[in-house]
Ligand binder design. Structure first.
Ligand SMILES: [Zn+2]
Length: 316
C-alpha cells in the first residue's frame, strides 16, 4: 500500500550566514506563521543554536500540530545522518555539528536536514516555479552563486555531499580570484554582486543600484546594454554547459540578479542560441528568500510521511 497523502503541518528553518528564517506550513501550502532573526554568527555556534531554538519554539507555539521539523543550512550537509560535513567561517564551529540529532533531542520531532541550496530547489519543486518538472538545475545569483541539481524528483547530493556547487565551477580559466582558492569561478562573474561590480566599472561609479542599471538599460544606454550583454553571454555559456552535461528540463534562476530576468531575457535567449542552446527553458524562481525554509518544511513532511508509512506497514 502506498503512503496516504495527508495534509501535514511542519516547520521549516533556513540557517544562512546573515539570517535565520522559519516557516510553519502544511503540504497544501497554507502558511501558519513566518519569522526571521539575524544569525549573529560572530557570537558563535551556541548563540546561533539558541536563536534556532527560540525561533522553532515560537513557530511551534503558533502551529502546535506541526509533526516534523526541516532544517536547511549553509555548508556541506550529510542529509542521511543530519551532520554538517563542512561549513565556512560564515558559520563558526558549524563543521561537525550533528544538527539533526541536536534538533531531535530539543524538540522531540523527526528532523530532516539538507543544504540550503538543495532545500531551495526542493521548495521551488513542491510549491514554486519547478512544480511538475522531473529534472532541474537551480542557480541562485545572489551575493555568491548557489546551485542544486534534481533528477526524477530527487536531489543529487554527490558522493561527498558537495554536489551542485556550480558557483565554483570555473567559467573563465585564469580569471578573477575566488575565495575558494581557484580562479575564474562562475560566482565571480554570474553572482548578483558580480553583475553590479561590472556595472559600476562600466559607469565609473563607486556605487550603482540594480534599479539604476535597469533604468539605464531600459532607455537604451550603451554602457548598461554592454554590461548586460556581457553578463548574459557568460550566463549562456554556463547554462549551455549545464545542458551539455545534465540536460535538465529547465534551469531555474533565483537570487537578486534573477529578479530582472524578464528585462534581459531577450539578450539571454540570443546568447543561448549563439551557444547552440536555443530553446533551453530558463525559469525565474518564485519563492524568493523563502524557498529554503519552504523546501525544508516539505522535506520534513516527506520524512513524517515515510515514518507513518513504515509504521502502517509494520502493523499491517
Ligand atoms: Zn570558487
Amino acid at each position: 500500500m502506498g503512503i496516504a497523502k495527508k495534509n501535514l503541518p511542519t516547520i521549516g528553518i533556513d540557517i544562512g550566514g546573515t539570517g535565520i528564517k522559519g516557516i510553519a506550513l502544511d503540504t497544501d501550502g497554507v502558511i501558519y506563521a513566518k519569522l526571521s532573526v539575524p544569525t549573529e554568527a560572530s557570537r558563535g555556534r551556541e548563540a546561533v543554536l539558541l536563536s534556532v531554538e527560540e525561533l522553532v519554539g515560537e513557530l511551534l507555539e503558533r502551529c502546535p500540530t506541526a509533526c516534523a521539523l526541516g532544517i536547511a543550512s549553509a555548508g556541506r550537509i550529510n542529509a542521511l545522518s543530519g551532520e554538517v560535513v563542512y561549513a565556512t567561517d560564515n558559520l563558526p564551529g558549524w563543521t561537525g555539528l550533528r544538527l539533526a540529532e541536536w534538533a531531535g533531542l530539543r524538540f522531540g520531532l523527526p528532523v530532516a536536514v539538507d543544504n540550503d541550496a538543495n532545500a531551495a530547489l526542493f521548495g521551488e519543486w513542491r510549491l514554486g516555479a519547478a512544480q511538475g518538472l522531473s529534472s532541474a538545475v537551480m542557480l541562485t545569483l545572489g551575493t555568491g552563486v548557489g546551485g542544486a541539481n534534481m533528477e526524477s524528483g530527487r536531489l543529487l547530493h554527490g558522493a561527498g555531499w558537495s554536489g551542485g556547487e556550480w558557483g565554483h565551477a570555473v567559467l573563465v580559466p585564469g580569471g578573477l580570484p575566488c575565495n575558494c582558492g581557484r580562479r575564474g569561478c562562475a560566482e565571480q562573474y554570474l553572482s548578483g554582486a558580480a553583475l553590479m561590480r561590472s556595472a559600476e566599472a562600466a559607469f565609473e561609479r563607486a556605487s550603482l543600484s540594480p534599479a539604476e542599471l535597469l533604468q539605464a538599460f531600459s532607455t537604451g544606454e550603451a554602457r548598461a546594454a554592454e554590461t548586460l550583454r556581457e553578463y548574459t553571454s557568460l550566463l549562456a555559456v554556463f547554462a549551455a554547459n549545464l545542458k551539455a552535461g545534465f540536460d535538465p528540463e529547465a534551469i531555474l534562476l533565483g537570487g537578486g540578479a534573477a529578479a530582472s530576468l524578464e528585462i534581459w531575457r531577450p539578450l539571454l535567449e540570443q546568447a543561448l542560441a549563439a551557444e547552440g542552446a536555443a530553446g533551453l527553458r530558463v525559469l525565474q524562481a518564485q519563492l524568493g528568500n523563502q524557498a529554503g525554509c519552504i523546501g525544508a518544511a516539505f522535506m520534513a513532511a516527506d520524512l513524517a510521511q515515510a515514518i507513518t508509512g513504515n509504521k502502517e506497514e509494520e502493523s499491517a
